[in-house]
Each structure stands twice: as structure tokens, then as C-alpha cells.
Unconditional design. Structure first.
Length: 163
């Protein structure tokens, strides 16, 4: 299944970037990436976005695991049949698995992308997958699903039509 391959590649990219940051940037330090826009800053986060729930890493790991299983099942069961819908679920799955690996193996998530032109949380590749996938899935569901998903006709027989 192509979507499993895409998810695996995204998880691999996430983990490779995290490994490179951990081995090449001291904790708390930063290196320029895109001048005036983005630095690579090695930070750890035991919580979720903006460090919320930082005392509940185990609960976040459990939520990541459950979401990963639910998303994998949704893909397997063809919850969305159109490739665009499946891609949104794939992005969400890759992000959930990427951060689950960190929480399970390290007890924290490695973050590295630090936006310089505004105050924002430091984030990672898995976070990008979750945000882009979540927004895309929401937009797909709200605006495209009715147009792109095949509709199953509900049993209308000729007697219902006449009467």
C-alpha cells in the first residue's frame, strides 16, 4: 500500500532529522537554517504543543498510540476512498508515529524548527505532518468529501419513488 510507504518515509525523515540535530547541535543551542526566518534549535519537550501537559508524557504516548492505531485502521478500512483523503490520514499517522517513537524511546520529543520572525513553539517534522494533515483532513471532510467520495445509494425502489 502506497500510503504505508509514504507514512514510513515521513517517519524516517522525522527520525533522521531528530538524530542529526541531537548529534550535531548541543541541547539548547541553535544554528542558522534559513536566515531571518528559521533556526535549528535543539530542545526537548515532554509535553504537547507549547509544552502543555508536560507532566503527562505517558498519557501523551498513550494518546499517540491510540491515534496511530485508529488512523492505521481508518486507512486500512478505506474511511476515505479518494487518494487526497487517504493522504490526509497518512500525514496524521506519520506525525503521530514520529512523536510516539520519541515519547516511547526517549521520554520526550525532540524539536528543532524555531521560527525567528514571530514568537512560536519550536517544532519538528512529525508536528508538521500532524498540523498539515489535520488541517487538510478537516478541509477535505468539510468541502471535498461529498464531491470526491463515491456515494452509496440507499435502497430506493420504484414504490418509494411513486409514493
Amino acid at each position: 500500500m502506497i500510503y504505508a510507504l509514504i507514512a514510513a518515509v515521513l517517519v524516517a525523515v522525522d527520525q533522521i532529522v531528530k538524530y542529526l540535530v541531537m548529534t550535531n547541535i548541543p541541547l539548547g543551542e541553535h544554528v542558522p537554517f534559513i536566515p531571518y526566518i528559521l533556526d535549528l534549535t535543539y530542545v526537548t519537550n515532554t509535553g504537547a504543543a507549547f509544552s502543555i501537559f508536560s507532566d503527562h508524557t505517558w498519557a501523551l504516548a498513550l494518546v499517540s498510540l491510540l491515534m496511530s492505531l485508529a488512523l492505521a485502521a481508518a486507512l486500512w478500512l478505506n474511511l476515505f476512498r479518494h487518494p487526497l483523503g487517504k493522504l490526509t490520514l497518512t500525514l496524521l499517522l506519520a506525525g503521530a508515529v514520529g512523536n510516539l517513537i520519541d515519547r516511547a524511546l526517549r521520554g520526550f520529543v525532540v524539536d528543532m524548527f524555531n521560527v525567528l520572525f514571530m514568537r512560536f513553539a519550536v517544532f519538528n517534522v512529525a508536528d508538521i505532518c500532524v498540523v498539515v494533515g489535520g488541517i487538510a483532513a478537516g478541509l477535505y471532510y468539510l468541502f471535498l468529501m461529498d464531491k470526491l467520495e463515491p456515494h452509496e445509494e440507499i435502497g430506493h425502489d420504484s414504490a418509494d419513488a411513486e409514493g
